[in-house]
Ligand binder design. Structure first.
Ligand code: GTP
Ligand code: MG
Length: 242
């Protein structure tokens, strides 16, 4: 992808991929080995108990550590740290998403055709059994409700997404946990931003252990948190708060 030229002659990538990572030392080599050239990559280690940060540094990518535990904390920290970025792309650090889809996700934002692009892990492009049935169900219901509240049609909460950095920093994001992806869509909808869903591939994590859908209790807690974000948004909208 193209680069932004700086006054000094040095250049910084226009697109930065932000990878929130919790105990992903085993999966990260699979993710980082085939990262595309021309983009910045920033791994946000969220206080991992394994050597996630060292593994990432070994690949020469950017690494920041966020000690406050929470998916949203990691994403927020990554957004703040990627200072030279024009467009931020968020994706999981477990190898379940495909770098080949990066142009489809980042392209419309770079071209000014969309403000927020959300990758839809559609059935046709999902590896069999990569999402257990309870995840498909919860994800579909939450995404549908989220889309309705945001004034768009959404089929997936979408861990693979792109947004302009300045737009994201200005959204007023508050959630610092698993409510983060939904809140981003809801706030974008409230602002009247153009939200676009594009199909992306999805497969089993490359290695390591699941933190969410592979653990029933974590799935319930995550879905509850997401539901709460939707309720709060609906309530504040009814009260006319922006
Ligand atoms: N920073 C941060 N990242 C997290 C946290 N929990 C999960 N992640 C990351 O978020 C992404 C999604 O978590 P996964 O464990 O893959 O959850 P999942 O996709 O539902 O489950 P799998 O089926 O195992 O892929 C991965 O990159 C994790 O490292 C967290 O509390 N903090
Ligand atoms: Mg995963």
């Amino acid at each position: 992808m193209t680069r932004t030229e700086r006054g000094s002659g040095a250049s910084t990538p226009r697109v930065w991929a932000i990878l929130p990572a919790l105990d992903e030392a085993e999966a990260l080599p699979h993710v980082l080995a085939d990262r595309p050239s021309g983009i910045g990559v920033l791994v946000v280690d969220n206080g991992s108990a394994d050597n996630t940060a060292e593994v990432a540094r070994g690949f020469g990518v950017g690494v920041v550590v966020e000690e406050r535990r929470g998916f949203g904390w990691a994403c927020w920290r990554g957004a703040q740290a990627a200072t030279g970025a024009e467009v931020l792309v968020f994706l999981d650090a477990d190898g379940s998403l495909d770098w080949d889809d990066l142009p489809a996700v980042a392209g419309p934002v770079l071209a000014g055709d969309a403000d927020l692009v959300v990758g839809h892990r559609c059935r046709q492009r999902r590896e069999p059994r990569s999402m257990p049935w309870h995840a498909v169900l919860a994800n579909g219901v939450l995404a549908g409700l989220c889309g309705a509240l945001a004034g768009t049609r959404l089929h997936d909460i979408g861990p693979y997404r792109a947004i302009r950095r300045e737009v994201l920093l200005d959204l007023g994001m508050r959630d610092r946990t698993y409510g983060w992806p939904l809140e981003m869509v809801l706030r974008a909808g409230r602002r009247g931003l153009r939200i676009l869903e594009v199909p992306v591939a999805y497969r089993h994590r490359a290695a390591g252990r699941s933190k969410v859908t592979g653990r029933p209790w974590a799935t319930v807690k995550t879905a509850a948190k997401m539901g709460w974000v939707l309720l709060r948004h609906a309530a504040t909208t009814r009260r006319g708060r922006r």
